[in-house]
Design a binder for this molecule. Structure first.
Ligand code: KIV
Ligand code: ZN
Length: 512
């Protein structure tokens, strides 16, 4: 079988499709393009950049990404119907490396309660879907949705039909995160042994993390012969999310003697990419998150610190620099020049163009006026903001707060709009945050429902920057925004204003 001789694991990133389906994670075209470029630099094999037929916005993003990205294969999802498949083909047409990914559900539960289709009708739809996709491009992936809860004999029948129709990759999704590793691994063994022509296709794992087993399940599939993993940066995705790209890639790399396979991922780009996705989606990375969390490489207990001082291998199985965490004791300050700043930015794994560097340097100087010592985490926050630098139409010009235990708080806010308006307003509230949010709503004309407010310190010390992340519900949708400042009330104002800007930009792009 080819699997023994071919030990490369293909990394299929679906941050821009399955990842974007996570509540509050929807992204604009510019944001998706920024992430697509970062994924390409990370050297992923396939970027599933959207679902062309899902919305005009998805179609446009796919089209732009397909025409700009040079390297990774660009893929669009499609249901097994001509409209979806034609839209997918059209959206990715500009790229010479393209893939259409067709899917249809196969479990009894889905057939009965969702599709109202017979098994025969599903086999026919899958066969015809793949056949039609093949008329547009050679590279066609097929997914039997909810495969892990599908009757095995029927699964073999569907896979046989789609291999016969020309599918080149067969993806076996654990759509609801129900499988456990031994069982999921066995399923791959069974399919590879029993499907006709299995030696001519790549089998792929696609796992959800409902039971926290997505990485373990994906590894079990690889051990059983799968050679593609579908995953997302930071594991974002529907419900509990998808397999985390950084975790699966570092598991394969760290245990290379155990697994006889490898990926082509540039692991040094994992951390910057993870921060970029977190900043764009507003999905905060938990401190204890494997591989990219703040605590992943810090050692608190005395006995651990002692061991680390003797030799890092006592308590560290990966080197922070291998995932792109280039911490140093070097602290920058207001006398640090452009050169020192650029050196640090490069060491931290970011590559900025001149425009982004200029913007980041201005922010660095502003921060250095407010804060004596600038740490790596401060620089990361600045760079990621200027990298994702999608701002406006509203901008915060001024903010004054007064508050007292006995009477509450009031906020005076001045905003500009890129159509030339300058607006000022003051509002009262129980505390400073409520008064700021009220003033912003009054000025911009929105009525929003705050559902979550988180704050954390970017670095150390009383003058550390505070990063606020807010989640807001508007018009039945969740939006996230974040803001960073040495003044935590200003961080809150910036986060809320980011949400308002996201909503405004979405409305404007719809009008166009
Ligand atoms: O989870 C799932 O089943 C999917 C398919 C569309 C591949 O995302
Ligand atoms: Zn999925």
């Amino acid at each position: 079988m080819q699997r023994e001789s071919n030990s490369k694991v293909f990394i299929f990133d679906t941050t821009l499709r399955d990842g974007e389906q996570a509540p509050g994670c929807s992204m604009s075209l510019r944001e998706k393009l920024k992430i697509a470029h970062a994924l390409n630099e990370l050297n992923v094999d396939v970027i599933e950049a959207g679902f062309a037929a899902a919305s005009p916005g998805d179609f446009e993003s796919l089209k732009t990404i397909a025409s700009e990205i040079d390297g990774a294969t660009i893929c669009s999802l499609a249901r097994c119907n001509p409209q979806d498949i034609e839209a997918a083909a059209q959206a990715i047409d500009a790229n010479p490396n393209k893939r259409i990914h067709v899917f249809v559900a196969t479990s009894d539960i889905h057939l009965e309660h969702k599709l109202d289709m017979t098994q025969d009708a599903v086999v026919k739809a899958a066969f015809e879907g793949v056949k039609l996709a093949k008329t547009f491009c050679d590279n066609v992936e097929f997914s039997p949705e909810d495969a892990s809860r599908t009757d095995r004999n029927f699964l073999v029948e569907v896979v046989n039909a789609t291999i016969a129709a020309g599918a080149t990759t067969i993806n076996i999704p654990d759509t609801v995160g129900y499988s456990i590793p031994f069982e999921y691994g066995n399923l791959f063994k069974y399919l590879i042994e029993n499907c006709e022509g299995s030696e001519n296709v790549i089998f792929s794992a696609h796992c959800h993390d409902d039971l926290g087993l997505s990485v373990a399940n994906s590894l079990a599939a690889l051990e059983s012969g799968a050679r593609q993993v579908e995953c997302t940066i930071n594991g974002i995705g529907e419900r509990a999310g998808n397999t985390s790209l950084e975790e699966i890639c570092m598991a394969i790399k760290t245990r290379k003697e155990y697994f006889d396979f490898h990926t082509q991922i540039e692991t040094k780009k994992l951390y910057p990419t993870s921060r970029l996705v977190s900043s764009i989606t507003g999905m905060h990375i938990p401190r204890n998150k494997a591989v990219v969390g703040e605590n992943a490489f810090s050692h608190e207990a005395g006995i651990h610190q002692h061991g680390m001082l003797q030799h890092a291998s006592t308590y560290e199985i990966m080197k922070p620099e291998d995932v792109g965490i280039a911490k140093s004791n070097l602290v920058l300050g207001k006398h640090s020049g452009r050169h020192a700043f650029l050196d640090r930015v490069t060491e931290l794994g970011f590559s900025l163009n001149t425009e982004e560097l200029n913007a980041a340097f201005v922010e660095f100087k502003k921060l250095a006026d407010r804060k004596k010592e600038i740490f790596d985490s401060d620089i990361e926050a600045i760079v990621i903001n200027s990298e994702s630098g999608i701002t406006g139409p509203w901008e915060l010009v001024d903010l004054e707060i007064s508050s007292g235990k006995s009477w509450g708080a009031s906020a005076d806010i001045k905003l500009t709009h890129n159509d030339g308006r300058i607006l000022e307003n003051s509002s009262n509230g129980i505390g400073p945050i409520e008064s700021v949010f009220k003033a912003l709503e009054d000025l911009t004309g929105y009525s929003l429902k705050l559902t979550n407010f988180e704050i954390h310190s970017v670095s150390v010390g009383e003058d550390a920057q505070g990063e606020v992340t807010v989640t807001v519900r508007y018009d039945g949708q969740d939006y996230r925004g974040h803001g960073i400042s040495t003044d935590i009330i200003e961080s809150g104002a910036l986060a809320y204003l980011e949400v308002i800007n996201r909503i405004d930009r979405k409305k404007i792009s719809r009008i166009r």
